[in-house]
Design a protein around this ligand. Structure first.
Ligand code: CP3
Length: 365
């Protein structure tokens, strides 16, 4: 039973299919809602003791095989020099959306540099004196959450760190918030490619520092959330996103599981796989729009993660189990499957239904 998640990432056989769920800590949990009555979301993220408690809850309550760091992809924007705030009904908003080359140039280049030198220059796990001990300036609270969580987490459970992928973060920065058509972001990208690449480079360099620091602080694996990249054509993905994503994956230590996750556009998966490909450790995450086995067979060298439609959890436990069984049956005999949703848990789900899903996946033979 030990290290089920890590073994599956490494394509080793496991005695059950490991499962964790994106957004497994959140408002659907009464304990989380109780904490949110006292603290804002960002306050919770910054209180490492509470963030660690929230990170651990799904493992304690549902016995999922991995905990995912409780934080947000947008937290990196503050040390980058583009602070955001939460609005009551419109979600997070960037205080001053990025619309000009001058604003790109004004973003921090060293805001995430690690104590004593550049993190990108060394292995995350080499334990050398000057790497990681001082943490990532401005995001030390995230690293502390990881350290506290790892110390309390049973050894056989994995801890997953994460970051937002450059496209998803860049489009948030440019749009200033959520968007339907990504009109500002696409225009910014097409109008002046060098300005776009400069922005993507600042984000990806910061992301490399951040992810290496997370691994150093105790994360066993990382996931890059490119939740919004599906709005691009394959051609634009290759021109405007691929080199930056590739640089991030190439900077991660060989063999450490790194999950490439995107939603909305299955046509991008081959290019996303190429960008994430390393000799060892890459995992491909899929949303619910694809037949998981078909795609697992297209990428036979890597583990795959997914891909139950989250709405199945809102459709009654009978339907939910049938949908999950269909995925599990289809993956029979193919090592390297990490069960997950195609996207995150929603606030209106029931803890009992989520626990029933975890139990079902664990008992599937
Ligand atoms: O899987 C995980 O739990 C990892 C942590 C994580 C969160 N958000 C926690 C969170 C991750 C990876 C995200 C991703 C994220 N956050 C994205 C990418 C799109 C996606 O969903 O994959 C974006 C654009 C954000 C920014 C963001 N943060 C929004 C738009 C919101 C408000 C809307 C919402 O869903 O509540 C948040 C808040 C947020 N991020 C919460 C959580 C648990 C809810 C906090 C609360 O209200 O208590």
């Amino acid at each position: 039973m030990s290290h089920t998640f890590l073994n599956a990432c490494a394509m080793q056989p496991t005695d059950h299919t490991p499962i964790w769920l994106m957004r497994q800590a959140g408002r659907y949990q009464p304990e989380y809602r109780a904490l949110r009555e006292k603290f804002s979301f960002v306050e919770l993220c910054k209180r490492s003791d509470l963030a660690a408690e929230v990170t651990l809850l799904p493992v304690q309550q549902m016995d999922v095989d991995a905990a995912i760091l409780f934080a947000d992809i947008l937290l990196i924007l503050e040390p980058l020099g583009a602070p955001f705030h939460f609005t009551p009904d419109d979600g997070p908003r960037v205080n001053q959306p990025i619309r000009t080359a001058a604003q790109v140039d004004a973003l921090a280049t060293d805001g995430l540099r690690m104590g004593g030198g550049s993190a990108a220059s060394g292995s995350a796990r080499d334990g050398s004196a000057d790497d990681g001990s001082a943490g990532v300036r401005g995001l030390d609270y995230v690293l502390e959450t990881l350290r506290l969580t790892r110390a309390a987490l049973p050894k056989e459970k994995a801890l997953i760190g994460f970051a937002g992928a450059p496209f998803t973060l860049a489009s948030y920065l440019i749009e200033g918030g959520g968007s339907k058509h990504y009109a500002h972001a696409k225009r910014f990208m097409w109008e002046d490619p060098s300005r776009w690449h400069a922005l993507m480079e600042r984000i990806s360099d910061a992301t490399i520092t951040y992810l290496l620091a997370q691994l150093h602080a105790g994360a066993d694996a990382v996931q890059l959330f490119d939740s919004w990249v599906g709005v691009l054509s394959e051609q634009d993905y290759r021109t405007f996103v691929f080199p930056h994503t590739q640089k991030i994956f190439a900077a991660l230590p060989e063999g450490v599981p790194a999950i490439q996750f995107g939603t909305g556009n299955p046509l991008l998966y081959p290019a996303m796989f190429e960008a994430a490909r390393r000799d060892k450790g890459t995992v491909m995450g899929f949303d619910w729009r694809v037949d998981l086995r078909q795609w697992a067979d297209k990428f036979p060298s890597v583990a795959v993660q997914g891909n139950l439609d989250p709405v199945a959890i809102l459709s009654g436990q009978g339907v939910m189990r049938a949908q999950a069984t269909r995925i599990l049956e289809s993956m029979r005999g193919r090592p390297g499957h990490i069960f997950n949703l195609g996207h995150g848990i929603m606030p209106n789900m029931q803890v009992d239904d989520v626990r029933a899903l975890v139990d079902h996946v664990h008992s599937f033979q």
